[in-house]
Structures are given as C-alpha cells and as structure tokens.
Design a protein around this ligand. Structure first.
Ligand SMILES: *Cc1c(COP(=O)(O)O)cnc(C)c1O
Length: 487
C-alpha cells in the first residue's frame, strides 16, 4: 500500500487542486442568493479536501478494500444471516421494466411488476404455511411492528381490549421487545431453561387473559429448535393469545417445516437475510408479513390481487390497519427475492436448510473441544460458544473477536444472547465451502492456543489492520466531526 493510500483525504489536500476538469462556462453564473433564502446559505465555505480525481478515486478504492463484506471474506455473523447474494438477482432487479417504473403509473402499464408481487406473495405463503402475505414492511423490525398491530386490531375487533402484554423469550433478538413496546404493548420476558429453549412452566405462569401474543424465533437465536412449540402454541391459544413467528433467519427450515404448521398466526421474513439481498449497513430491506385467515381483514392496504388474468391494487379493505409504508414496499428487494426463489426451486430451497444446518453443526463440533458449549444438543443454522474458559486466563471474547480481524475475518456476533457468559454466536451459512469453514476453524483453534501460550497476542489484537485496537466507547460518544491538522 502506498503512503497516499494510508493518508487521510484531508492530509492529501492541496489548496486549489480539484477533482474535476470542466470547460469554461459559456452561460452566466447564477448567484445562489437569487435561488435560495439567505438563512439556508452557508456563511463560510465547507471545509472540503482539495484533491485530484485520481486521488479521490484511489482513496475510496482503498477504503473499500479495507472493508469487510460477504463478497470480500467469510462473515460468520450469528442471528443475522450474511450469505452469498447471487449476482443474477442484481441483474434482474436492474431490468428497465422493473427499475424504471414509477409508483404512480397506471396499473395497466405495470402488470408485470404486479404479477411478480402477486407470485412472490403466493410463494411466501406456501413457504411459511400462511394464508396471505403483504410485501409492504421495509425490514424485519418493521414487519414485527406490523404483525403486532394486526394482532392488536384482531383483539380490538373482538372487543378484547385487556390484552396489553406481549411475551418474549430472554433469548429473543432485541427488536422483539422493542417492536412490542412501539406497538403499545408491555413486553414480558419468559425464561429459557438449561437446554436453551423456553421454560414451559414459566410460560404457563406468565400467560394469561392479558396476553396479546407470544413472539418466538424458531429455531431460536441460540440456534436451537423449540421442540415443544406445539405445546407452547396450545398454551398461548387457550389463553386467547396469538403466536408471532420471527422468521428473520429462516434458512434452517425452508422446505422442512413451516411456521403455519407449528401453530403460528403471524410471521415475518427478512428477504434481506434468508432470501438474499445484500444486507448490512442499513441498506433497504424487505420484511413481508404473512397471516392466518382470521387476521387477513386487517392487512395493510393496498393488497395486490389477481382478477381473472389481471393484477390490481385493492384499496377496499375496511378493517385494514392502513398503509405501513409509502407505496408498496421496497420493490427492488422483492424482485431479488423472487429471482432467488425461482432460481433455487423447491429442491434448492430445501438444500439451503440442509447445508445451513450441516455447516453449523460441522463447525460447532470442531470448535466445541476448544471453547465451552453452554448447550450441547445439535444446533440448527447457528450455534453459541462461551469464552468462559479463556476469560479465566485473562482473555475476553472481545479480544478473540479482535484477533480474528488479523486473519481477515469479520468476527461473529459477540455478547449476544445476553444469558450466555462471554458469548460467541456463529452462523457459517449454507453458502460457504468446506475449505472456508476449515480455514475459519483453524483460525479459531489457533486463537484458543494463543490464549493459553501467549495471551498478550490476543489481548493486544488486532496487529495486522490499518488501525489497531480502538477505544469503542469514546469513538461513539465523542465522534470527530471536524478534522484539523493539529489534532
Ligand atoms: C435481523 C433480525 C431482526 C430484525 O430485522 P431488521 O431487518 O434488522 O429490522 C429480527 N429478528 C431476528 C432474529 C433477526 O436476526
């Protein structure tokens, strides 16, 4: 790497240098103050670096090479599937007929787009075992909130207004209690037992006439299948509550089991996880929600329906909770998901789940001797390890995560779920080769050895990155908003 690549863009700045070369203007220059009110105009010029076009291009290329992403390396995040996103999805999403249409176009001119939405809905209904799907919600958390608003509308329509609580297991993704709260419910925790699944006795204690719903992830965020789901469903249903399925990461169940068959009434999927859209960094997502028939009347409008050979939007849904997103959802993501489902087919989707589970168990059993495994049964698409043993030697899970950066890996999720001490949560995904899995396993074993033989190597990591160990809290609490050469 040349020094130019390592310098800050502000350090490269030379007064008067410009990143563009345009011909002389041959029209009169307009004074901005004629166009904008004075209050919106800058009093001083912005402090921007002055660099050449090549410098700025190289700067961004160098930054992108330092970045971690699915296309640049193994990314074994747990509870947040980061997998290969086939590039054909990108090609199809860019077809002009999909990319260049406008939400206000007449329905007769966008029949293909409507057909795709309708087909995707139907596919997702079949995959989840639900009666009807809406594609509107823009992400997983948004789907959770939408689903809970549907449940609220259902209870209210039945005059059942005392249902103020949503039960959430202690292993749940943080968005679950957050969505319950935003939807106006009180989130109540149900404990996991020593096997990492919901404690049924505790569930019976917390369920009651005030239960609006139980939110559940299955397999849960520990990667464990809630084997007693049918019993749980009847406990909640008997009390008059509904079952909500967090299907953000569904790549352990595709073609094998369906939330609809397990007794769930509402489900959301993260198309930007299970159904391959590049995800992370807050880019657009899609969190379709599927419901059983008794919740269909409350779905957001408009619905995409098929009338004979024609597709149209249906706004005539009197009991609808209303729109949850401008227009019709993040359409481009839906094109990607539909392309993925069609290219995989039913056998391919089932393979996804079989490989996801196989890869996770392979890695789990290889790493188990070197770390502590709080739960020892077979896992589904992800598994958790505890760094308890390493902590006794003065090395924390955070240190091991930093050390992984030296091997070029984005670290897995750490310190989540909260109920596992020094937790490491790993999801290898279905799309990685055995060689990649083996290399990562080797790196983890080497780190475990270093903890015993030369702990300072791990404690002081990373060593091979552009910037060493960061003080993470100060960076978040006192961000540098303005670069000065002296600083
Ligand atoms: C990612 C995730 C969510 C939230 O999805 P977003 O699209 O990030 O809002 C919810 N639950 C689980 C289990 C997840 O992994």
């Amino acid at each position: 790497m040349s020094t130019e690549n390592q310098a800050l863009i502000f350090e490269l700045s030379q007064e008067g240098r410009a990143g563009h070369s345009l011909p002389e203007m041959d029209i009169p220059e307009k004074d901005l103050s004629e166009l904008l009110p004075d209050t919106y105009l800058r009093k001083e010029d912005a402090e921007l670096p002055e660099v050449s076009e090549l410098q700025i291009m190289r700067h961004y290329t160098a930054l992108s090479n330092r970045n971690h992403g699915v296309d640049s390396g193994f990314y074994p995040l747990g509870s947040c599937t980061m997998k290969y996103n086939p590039k054909i999805n990108e090609d199809v999403a860019r077809y002009p007929g999909f990319a260049h249409i406008h939400p206000y176009q007449d329905e007769s001119t966008i029949q293909g787009a409507l057909e795709l939405m309708h087909r995707l809905q139907t596919n997702l209904e079949e995959i989840t075992g639900m009666d009807q799907v809406t594609l509107q919600p823009a992400a997983g958390a948004h789907g959770e909130w939408t689903g809970l608003m549907l449940i609220r509308a259902y209870h209210e329509a039945n005059g059942d207004t005392g249902r103020t609580k949503v039960i959430v297991p202690d292993s749940a993704h943080g968005t679950n209690p957050a969505s319950a709260t935003v939807a106006g419910f009180e989130a109540v925790t149900v404990r996991s037992n020593e096997r990492g699944i919901v404690d049924l006795d505790h569930l019976r204690e917390v369920v009651g006439q005030d239960t609006a719903a139980l939110m559940l992830t299955n397999p849960n965020t520990l990667g464990l299948f809630e084997e007693e789901i049918v019993e749980m469903a009847s406990i909640v249903h008997e009390a008059g509550g509904k079952l909500y399925y967090d299907g953000a990461n569904s790549n352990a169940i595709l073609g094998i089991t369906r939330p609809g068959d397990m007794g769930f009434d509402v489900v959301h999927l993260n198309l930007h996880k299970t159904f391959t859209t590049p995800h992370g960094g807050g880019g657009p997502g899609s969190g379709p929600v599927g419901v059983k028939s008794d919740l269909v009347p409350y779905l957001p409008t408009p619905l995409v329906v098929k009338d004979g050979d024609e597709y149209r939007f249906d706004y005539n849904v009197p009991e609808s909770i209303g729109r949850v997103k401008p227009y019709y959802g993040n359409f481009g993501i839906n094109v990607r998901a539909y392309t993925y489902i069609r290219t995989m087919g039913p056998v391919g989707l089932r393979n996804v789940s079989e490989y996801a589970v196989l890869n996770a168990n392979y890695m789990f059993r290889k790493l188990e001797p070197y770390f502590d495994a709080p739960y020892t049964q077979h896992c589904k698409h992800e598994f958790v390890l505890s760094g308890r043993r390493q902590k006794k030697l003065g090395v924390r899970t955070l240190d091991m995560a930093k050390r992984l950066l030296d091997f070029g890996y984005h670290p897995p999720t750490i310190y989540f779920p909260l109920n596992v001490e020094e937790c490491l949560m790993i999801e290898p995904t279905e799309t990685e080769s055995k060689e990649t899995l083996d290399e990562f396993i080797e790196a983890m074993i080497q780190i475990a050895r270093e903890v015993e033989e030369s702990p300072e190597v791990v404690q002081e990591a990373p060593h091979n990155t552009v910037i060493g160990r960061m003080d993470e809290t100060t960076a978040a609490r006192k961000p540098i908003l303005r670069y000065t050469k002296e600083a």
